[in-house]
Write a protein that binds this ligand. Structure first.
Ligand code: IMP
Length: 423
């Protein structure tokens, strides 16, 4: 069975871009299946650093088809700019395919996203990326969305675009917000549509033909399990299924083809945006972790909230995703610590629980119960094998694997391709 799925197991930013790039050594096709340009997947090759938002992270292996699947919401202007930027940097983008069933994001969705966030009272803001993700998925669910296929038919696209923008303009006027100039917006969309049209395909057919031919297909998740619209910390989540089930619907792959699930997991925990975060470190140490790990959003530049490894949330995540193999990232960020904490349970109203509570209110008040482990206080950045890791680092990783009930297969100790080894 040739399909592997790679997902983030925390609140995103686990280092999926790098892992996809590493795993594509043995892959024939990479497929993004959900989300949009809210994602920021960083890949460092030699002295070059790339941040991808919509283009799959397989793009740096020449000739590998890179599919932007039906489950995505795609801002055509942003995708065009990302592709043009890659071309300028000498990357071949001819293997990109854009699904004719993906949904399109326009300026009105971005304005609506910003408007909703601004109007929300304190405690109810989600802290979205303001990329229009939620409103575009809402249009999809309302059946008023505009799909990728329309990029190939400018007359129809224009009609649908004007109708949709007028609907949003009405809403903006009612809210006292300046309406969008439809002609100006259309001119930008038209340019992007003309650029993207040759890449639009029924990608479900491409993916299934590859599977039938026995090719290795790797599905690239964006965000992380705890941001999943069904399984995450609702309502402080994104608007798509970031979990493995989302790969089947978002790429058009039958579950019977899936062979392996890769879970990418940071050696500690981070979160961007609002919402519960039981192990968050709201102190100087949290600040120093942010500095050491350079924890600033690849898409918005926002500082990420940092905390200890949360085995309760991560175990839940591995269960829902059916993780076979874990890739642990950013182990090197913990190199200097004398002692590390792992959250093994939560205390809720005097009771100890090891199952993840469902509601944000409870999650906000849980008290993490920690187990401490000695640090290794030596650099792991040059380590090339499991055996060469300091003993305390191996013990820390072994304990994580035991708690989340999954097998550690890859360890990443820095941003470069070479700073990765099989465990
Ligand atoms: P949206 O996806 O822009 O609607 O944002 C919803 C929530 O998901 C916010 O808390 C964002 O910070 C978070 N989010 C969205 N995309 C990412 C990502 O790629 N990494 C980390 N957090 C993300």
């Amino acid at each position: 069975m040739p399909v592997d799925i790679l997902v983030g197991t925390q609140w995103g930013d686990e280092g999926k871009g790098k892992l996809i790039d590493v795993l594509t050594r043995d892959t024939d096709m990479v497929v993004r299946f959900q989300g949009g340009n809210n994602a920021g997947h960083t890949v460092e090759i030699g002295s070059e650093k790339y941040v991808l938002h919509l283009v799959p992270s397989g793009i740096f292996r020449p000739g590998i088809p890179c599919i932007i699947g039906n489950g995505l919401v795609v801002d055509p202007i942003s995708l065009m700019e990302e592709m043009q930027d890659l071309v300028k940097r000498g990357i071949d983008i001819s293997a990109i395919e854009l699904s004719d069933k993906c949904h399109l994001i326009f300026q009105s969705h971005k304005e609506a996203d910003t408007m909703k966030e601004a109007a929300a009272e304190e405690g109810k803001k989600i802290g979205t990326t303001k990329r229009g993700i939620g409103p575009a998925y809402a249009d999809k669910a309302y059946r008023t969305g505009i799909r990728g296929i329309e990029l190939k038919n400018l007359a129809v696209l224009k009609e649908l675009f004007c109708e949709q923008t007028e609907k949003y303009n009405k809403m903006f006027c009612e809210a006292g917000i300046e309406a969008l100039d439809i002609d100006t917006e259309w001119a930008r969309v038209q340019e992007a549509a003309e650029y993207l049209a040759p890449f639009v395909k029924d990608t479900v057919v491409s993916v299934n033909k590859a599977i039938k031919a026995g090719k290795n297909v790797l599905c690239e998740g964006a965000q992380g399990m705890l941001l999943d619209i069904d399984h995450g910390t609702y309502p402080f989540v994104t608007s798509s299924n970031t979990t493995t089930g989302g790969a089947c619907t978002g790429a058009g792959i039958a579950p019977k083809h899936v062979s392996k699930v890769w879970g990418v997991m940071k050696a500690y925990t981070t979160r961007v945006g609002e919402g519960p975060f039981p192990t968050e470190l709201l102190n100087e140490f949290g600040e120093s972790l942010r500095k050491a790990g350079n924890e600033f959003g690849a898409t918005t530049g926002r500082p990420r909230r940092c905390g200890w490894f949360d085995a309760v949330a991560s175990n839940y995540s591995c269960m829902v995703n059916g993780v076979d193999n874990l890739a642990i990232t950013k182990l090197d960020v913990l190199d200097n610590l004398t002692e590390l904490c792992i959250c093994t349970a939560y205390e809720v109203d005097g009771e100890t629980v090891t199952d993840m509570p469902t509601d944000a209110e409870t999650l906000n008040k849980v008290k993490p119960i920690y187990e401490t482990m000695p640090g290794w206080q030596s650099s792991t950045a040059e380590v090339k094998s499991w055996a060469d890791l300091p003993e305390n680092a191996r013990n820390y990783l072994d304990r994580i694997a035991e708690l989340v009930e999954a097998n550690i297969a890859i360890v990443s100790v820095g941003p470069k391709r070479a700073q990765t080894f099989m465990a």
